[in-house]
Design a protein. Structure first.
Length: 109
């Protein structure tokens, strides 16, 4: 367990609200949930931009570029499609990672 320092004035107020330890624990849990949700929403927005641009999700995009005709169509949309693909892959992984973290927070509390 880690130790944190709390200003004396805050600690006195926390004690009036119950166990300072449980109040801090609840505050940290809420903060982690809020930040995880923010990360999830941000990743979803980034993925949606990609999906709007190419009119498909990541899995469909990979399938499309696997044949010559599909690749030519994608290159017409953007000559920088490889960078887009890499970025989208990053956001897909980021989304899954933060979903798992959020799930872990919710299950363990």
């Amino acid at each position: 367990m880690a130790t944190i320092t709390i200003k004396k004035g805050y600690l006195e107020i926390l004690k009036t609200l119950g166990s300072a330890e449980s109040v801090v624990e609840d505050a940290i849990r809420k903060y982690l949930i809020d930040k995880s949700v923010e990360r999830i929403e941000n990743a979803k927005r980034k993925i949606e931009e990609f999906e709007r641009k190419y009119d498909c999700n990541y899995a469909e995009f990979i399938k499309t570029i696997s044949n010559e005709e599909g690749l030519k169509a994608v290159e017409k949309i953007s000559p920088n499609w490889e960078a887009d693909m890499t970025e989208c892959e990053y956001w897909e992984k980021e989304l899954e990672e933060w979903k798992m973290r959020l799930e872990d927070i919710l299950i363990k509390s």
